[in-house]
Design a protein around this ligand. Structure first.
Ligand code: MG
Length: 390
């Protein structure tokens, strides 16, 4: 380990520094015993939305098996990868961790199927974007503090959470939306959390796909990156049992990707020589990246997973069921907000008074987006099955 990457090494000039933070929406005194971004991370960990991630689907529905990733274990894996990269590049580890842990807070139940279904339901009311919803959770929906709504996180953390955003929504977001309009970048900590997200899910979905018997090692050998690492493991350990063989192969893929990620991003930093986080933001392109060859292999793995896991008929059956559950819940609650629990009904009535029909729809969508998989299924039963207790 070089001097520069040892834990405790000073932050690089282009990292996010506490004392240069663009601050919080509601000013607060600086914390006494932690940094500003550590405080962000701690608030995220204590939020209700974070705890709900335990019961939200990544790809496989939560009740399908105890060993599959859920949104929370996915988020922790993202944070682990992103922190390693941040440390190696002398970036702000606490901010990187905070962004990683918060990146999926706005996700609906039932993974991407749920998000697509809710977006479809909200088509006439401004749509539903899960990144924007993550921001809504930390800015408005969490109710934990006496003096402000939401978690009152730093600008840098909120900038990282809002990974994507449509132009229409960006125009309503003030300084946080500016970068989407001017096509600029967030800080490196956010860029790293973003790429760590892709590395994490591409690799854990291989593991989960094998566990669910949607993938075989034989079929995975079509993927160049997998085949190379698999060959190396078989050569070194010809008698290894299948489970250790799979994990050793995936471990090596993650290591290959993360090492390339650090080297390539460091080379970009050396090329551009940013002197501050604003220099990073001013770039037209992300500085965090994989080398061309590695990126190509990574994309090949991603396409393979799309075809063999995400579009597998067993996964599609689950997603079509999930879509129906969310659509029916949405229609029922939108038609009659009195069917929602009191606090959500009150929220809907208040929002309708302030913003009309789209306010009412947004309140319904907030209620549904916050549900865990099993809670959505239970609510669906309570509403539609006559014999079910309400
Ligand atoms: Mg994610």
């Amino acid at each position: 380990m070089s001097e520069a990457t040892r834990p405790g090494a000073p932050l690089a000039a282009y990292a996010a520094h506490d004392e240069q933070s663009r601050g919080r929406r509601f000013p607060e005194p600086a914390p006494e015993f932690r940094g500003e971004f550590q405080r962000d991370r701690d608030r995220i960990i204590h939020s209700n939305a974070f705890r709900r991630l335990v019961y939200k689907t990544q790809v496989f529905v939560n009740h399908e098996g105890d060993l599959y990733r859920t949104r929370i274990t996915h988020s922790v894996e993202v944070a682990q990868i992103a922190r390693s990269v941040a440390l190696a590049l002398r970036l702000n580890e606490a901010l990187t961790e905070a962004i990683s842990l918060a990146h999926d807070l706005g996700h609906t139940p039932f993974g991407h199927a749920g998000q697509d279904a809710l977006n479809e339901c909200m088509r006439d009311y401004g749509g539903f974007e899960h990144n924007l919803q993550s921001l809504r959770v930390v800015d408005e929906l969490e109710e934990r503090y006496a003096e402000f709504p939401g978690l009152n996180l730093t600008f840098e953390c909120r900038e990282g959470i809002l990974k994507h955003c449509s132009l229409r929504n960006a125009r309503q977001l003030g300084e946080l939306g500016e970068r989407f309009i001017h096509r600029r970048q967030p800080g490196l900590e956010a860029q790293i959390a973003n790429l760590a997200d892709e590395i994490a899910y591409n690799n854990h979905d291989v593991d989960d796909g094998i566990r669910a018997q949607l993938l075989t090692i034989e079929s995975l050998r079509e993927v160049r990156m997998f085949r190379r690492q698999h060959d190396a493991v078989v050569r070194l350990y010809p008698d290894l049992g299948e489970r250790r063989l799979v994990h050793e192969t995936i471990r090596r893929m993650v290591n290959y990707l993360v090492s390339d990620f650090i080297r390539t991003t460091q080379a970009q930093i050396d090329l551009v020589q940013p002197q501050s986080i604003d220099d990073v933001r001013a770039q037209a392109r992300s500085l965090a990246m994989l080398s061309e060859e590695c990126e190509e292999e990574h994309q090949q793995l991603k396409s393979f997973l799309r075809e063999h896991v995400y579009r597998h008929y067993k996964v599609l059956r689950m997603t079509s069921k999930a879509r129906r559950v969310l659509q029916q819940l949405f229609e029922a609650f939108l038609r009659d907000v009195n069917l929602m629990p009191t606090e959500h009904r009150d929220h809907a009535i208040h929002a309708e008074g302030a913003h009309g029909a789209s306010g009412r729809a947004r309140a319904v969508s907030d209620y549904i987006a916050g549900m865990t998989d099993r809670y959505a299924i239970l609510e669906h039963r309570r509403l539609f099955e006559p014999a079910e207790r309400t």
